[in-house]
Design a protein around this ligand. Structure first.
Ligand code: 5RP
Length: 264
């Protein structure tokens, strides 16, 4: 592996081989998402516990201090909105010059396998890999499902993740599924991180799916709404950190969450 790629990945993935990314990129297609209206306030207490911040260039420049030491994963696909015709009709939104100028540790791009724009989003990924690898910048592929949340099952996720890796992604972000998630991670030759999805009913549900996903081969998470839409975002972030980096069980994480929340 090229030194630049290896160096950037080593900033994002800790020595234990695990990572906890914090995504705040949701506004790029859904506008001022609940609890993310003011990104600078949302991230303030959470950044110290994040191994990477997933963000667009607009929010990075406007809302993240330039002395931020958390590595940046720059969201570089978009061009669609939740009220538009088709979320999958994405393009690359950020030039390689911008990616370098903003000192990104990695970039993230969505692919929509099985959608009307499958070929376009897969070509976007391939083109981005061509541009970024030349400068030692790893690409994280996001296997997006658009509004079709029912696609979150192992066969589909395994197919999308494998295709992303084949096209050159260095990390794949995909959804967890309770059935056969190990088939998704085993079929993907690059590290897999778990995306969150809409907020769960209870914290324990989140701790359980993250724990199970890691036992089944994921190296970490990229969890947004289940962290910052919680009434206690910092305790949530820290409890997840304990599962990811300290091998805590869901029960232990719940205990830590309750202890930290009660002190707030
Ligand atoms: C949006 C994204 C988000 O980064 C991803 O969905 C993770 O956030 P959440 O846990 O809130 O789903 O890629 O397209």
């Amino acid at each position: 592996m090229d030194w630049g790629i290896e160096n950037r990945l080593s900033r994002l993935i800790r020595e234990d081989g695990r990572c906890q990314f914090l995504p705040v990129d949701h506004g790029y297609f859904q506008g001022p998402t609940s609890c993310l209206e003011k990104p600078s306030e949302t991230i303030k207490g959470l950044l110290p516990y994040a191994d990477g911040l997933f963000v667009t260039r607009g929010v990075l420049r406007s809302s993240v201090p330039a002395n931020c030491q958390t590595p940046i994963i720059l969201r570089v696909s978009g061009g669609t909105s939740i009220i538009g015709a088709d979320l999958s009709n994405e393009t690359i939104t950020t030039s390689i010059d911008e990616i370098i100028r903003l000192n990104a540790a990695a970039v993230g791009i969505s692919i929509f396998v099985g959608s009307e724009y499958e070929k376009q989003t897969l070509t976007n990924l391939a083109r981005l890999v061509d541009q970024c690898e030349g400068f030692g910048i790893p690409v994280m592929a996001v296997t997006a499902v658009g509004k079709e949340l029912e696609k979150r099952e192992a066969r589909y996720l395994g197919l999308s993740s494998r295709i992303a890796a084949e096209l050159g992604a260095r990390i794949v972000k995909t959804y967890y599924c309770p059935e056969d998630f190990e088939k998704v991670t085993e079929g993907c030759p690059v590290p897999v991180v778990i995306a969150g999805g809409p907020k769960c009913e209870t914290e324990l549900e989140v701790f359980e799916f993250v724990y199970d996903g890691i036992q089944k081969g994921a190296i970490g998470v990229n969890l947004g709404r289940n962290v910052w839409q919680s009434p206690h975002p910092v305790p949530m972030m820290r409890a997840l950190n304990a599962i990811i980096h300290k091998n805590s069980t869901p029960k232990e994480a719940q205990g830590l969450f309750e202890e930290l929340s009660s002190k707030q």
